[in-house]
Design a protein around this ligand. Structure first.
Ligand code: AN7
Length: 369
């Protein structure tokens, strides 16, 4: 039977806070590929898949929560939305707001959002305000703005965002037939780890939904959750907020995660961990994934892969386990670092060989005989 993927709200509406009259704002988000990572599996001795969230309409996992948040804003009659962002939330909010016919204001930290993400906010006609401060300062202002003015906050402090994001866990279970043994992901503002844990938990026990129906459990277990922050922006590892977070992975350059407590809850309830990886480990993991497994993600998105490789090298990774790693955003968001990562392996990697236009010269340049 033909089936066009309907977006996460329609696909999972019996487990989301919507009714038949909810005006669903969707761009077909979700349904992203769960890709077998052959090289990563071989390296670590596990069965590793990456959930490639770069395949969402705006190129990151944020679209799952945004369809829910913008739908809710529309239901409440909002005319304008606001968010603080390291880049992906703003790209997603801007696109979904326009799809809903709303105005979108985005507050971004000075000079620290990647060119691709800024281009998206510009393309979608968002009102872009650059704040003289970091992401945490932007979020503070966005919250205050939505408290005092007629704008609807669509950051993940909005619980509808988490509701949408939990659908990624449903998709993993639906694809594998049960929860994996481990789920690994990058952690910044900690909305995503909160969403996954909520999704896995709800899918592992009978669930009474918004209209009072009891749905049966779909999974027999929940995974161990491993979260990784960038070393210069690792408040959950330090145990206190970081005033001046620093990392090349600008997506996760966050010093005081809004979903702090629920991230710690996901870690502890699942028997997992939240640790950090260095910028060098992030770049190496991004390079490994793109050049060995064919999946191109932005630096922040590679933090989970970097974490697994780090734990493997420490002798602290499992073997023979089913592991899913969420890779949160597309590599084209921030291509500069992909080129740098390649050049670290080979300084001439980004310089094509120049040859005359004849087949013998091309074959010689390729080392064919
Ligand atoms: C690619 O866009 O916070 O732990 O403002 O863009 O749920 O915050 C982005 C975060 C991981 C961290 N990977 O997820 C924003 C923003 C990518 C990201 C994260 C982000 P959370």
């Amino acid at each position: 039977m033909a089936h066009l993927w309907q977006g996460v709200i329609n696909e999972y509406r019996d487990r989301l806070p919507v009714t038949d009259s909810t005006p669903v704002v969707t761009m077909g988000e979700g349904g992203t590929p769960l890709i077998q990572a052959r090289a990563l599996s071989e390296l670590t001795g596990n069965q590793v898949w990456v959930k490639f969230e770069g395949m969402n309409p705006t190129g990151s996992f944020k679209d799952r929560g945004m369809t829910m948040a913008i739908t809710r804003a529309k239901e409440e009659g909002a005319k304008a939305v606001v968010c603080a962002s390291t880049g992906n939330t703003s790209a997603s909010a801007a696109a979904y707001a326009k799809q809903a016919g709303m105005r979108c204001a985005v507050l971004v930290p000075e000079g620290k959002i990647s060119m691709g993400k800024m281009a998206q906010a510009v393309a979608h006609g968002a009102d872009i305000i650059q704040i003289d401060g970091n992401f945490d300062n932007c979020l503070d202002v966005a919250r205050k703005l939505s408290d005092s003015y007629p704008v609807f906050l669509v950051n993940s402090v909005n619980p509808y965002r988490i509701e949408g994001q939990k659908t990624a866990a449903f998709e993993v279970v639906d694809a594998l037939g049960d929860a994996p043994d481990y789920h690994i992901l990058p952690v910044g503002n900690a909305g995503n780890i909160t969403g996954y844990w909520k999704g896995y938990t709800e899918y592992s026990r009978p669930y009474v939904n918004a209209v009072g129906e009891e749905l049966p459990a779909v999974a027999t277990k929940t995974p161990v959750m491993w979260g990784f922050q960038a070393a210069g922006a690792a408040p959950l590892v330090a145990g206190h907020p970081i005033d001046q977070p620093e990392t090349i992975a600008t997506a996760i350059r966050i010093g005081n995660p809004a979903s702090w407590d629920s991230a710690i809850g996901a870690r502890d309830e699942s028997g997992g961990l939240i640790e950090s990886v260095t910028d060098e480990q992030i770049i190496e993991a991004q390079r490994f994934l793109s050049s060995r497994d064919g999946v191109f993600v932005e630096p922040g998105s590679a933090a989970g892969v970097a974490g697994l490789i780090k734990k493997y090298r420490e002798g602290a990774a499992p073997t023979g386990a089913k592991i899913v790693i969420t890779v949160t955003g597309h590599g084209l968001k921030d291509p500069q670092w992909a080129v740098k990562g390649a050049e670290l392996e080979d300084p001439t990697a980004a310089e094509p060989k120049r040859v005359d236009f004849d087949v013998v010269s091309v074959a010689a340049a390729l080392g064919l005989d």
